[in-house]
Design a protein around this ligand. Sequence first.
Ligand code: NAD
Length: 371
Amino acid sequence: MAKPLRVALIGTGFMGKCHALAWNAVAPVFGDVPRPELALLCEAGAELAAARAAEFGFARASGDWRDAVAAPDIDVVSITTPNAFHPEMAIAALEAGKHVWCEKPMAPAFADAERMNAAAQASGKVAALGYNYIQNPIIRLMARLLGEGAIGRATHLRVEMDEDFMADGAAPFDWKHAATSGYGALDDFGVHAFSLLRVLGFEPRAVTALMTKPYADRATGDGSRRAVETHDVASLLLRFDGLGGTILLNRSAWGRKGRIFVQIFGTAGSIVYDQERFNEVQLYTADGPRDRQGFRSILAGPVHPPYEKFIPAPGHGLGFNELKVIECRELLRAIAGEPAHLLDFSAGLEIERAVHAAARSHESGQWVDIG
Ligand SMILES: NC(=O)c1ccc[n+]([C@@H]2O[C@H](COP(=O)([O-])OP(=O)(O)OC[C@H]3O[C@@H](n4cnc5c(N)ncnc54)[C@H](O)[C@@H]3O)[C@@H](O)[C@H]2O)c1
């Protein structure tokens, strides 16, 4: 076994905890990698950093993220801070010779995403992005089914991503409402949609898009109201090679808790995935007697790698945090120079290109070529 990697984690919110769980679980789950050394945890304040380091099992803590970059013993940096911090943190870590595992989206500005990719190329280090949904064993099965021609030639794609964490107009203004975070649903959710299409084999060529704001302003902590600068809804019409498709994104969709709905229609059948039924894919094949055709459910199990690393029994189900453990194993593969199922900064830049083309289309009202 290779020697253990020494890890620094920056940020301990929703995704910081998810990364910490992944770093803690990757060795016992997969059994074929040395347990990473959880060396340093950085947060916005020293006290919070110390408390979270103790909870998450990190050896030392700092209130200054630059310590993760400066520390000579750190091999890899997990970046789980709000979007606006990603470029500065990722570039500094890469320039200091660290591998980087950065949450999505890459950066609010395309020029910054380009700088991040340039830093990754110059460093020769692994720079991976947190498109965790591509790691679902069921999504890998979908890619195999498509590759094997299970539904013939794809003729129409639809991806929807809906959640309701911004559906309540009384919810306060947070960093995701500020323009410094990016466009809103378009990049926050859109990068997931584009990453899924990418691993399923579909590259968008042109886009037309409309972004809308369900709420014009929101309450701030001091009792005043602040204008919402991002768009919680985005509707995209896309042209792929030989077919069309849609991506519909909504962070204000009451009742939708974690929905990513992927429908791929083909000449010989259809494949449908609903993220709220995480461990299941629906396959329709237009064969056999017409009077008994219908969608059948395939439940994830040990026959869908790497499900078997977590649970020996089929149908018991993986969850969101498990996808990060899988992503972490793929990151370790990439760092070891092995083929890995991971989207790096250069693939991420292509995803950002599509996102920013959509934003330009929203501005101009015109179709925009991607690429
Ligand atoms: N991959 C996914 O499925 C997924 C899901 C949610 C969020 N995200 C992404 O993860 C990132 C973080 O989102 P979140 O929901 O975890 O946010 P969050 O607000 O829950 O957490 C952000 C954390 O960063 C810390 N932080 C802020 N500034 C810092 C600084 N200068 N130094 C050190 N720490 C600092 C905050 O204290 C907080 O702990 C975003 O880029 C978001 O888009 C990805």
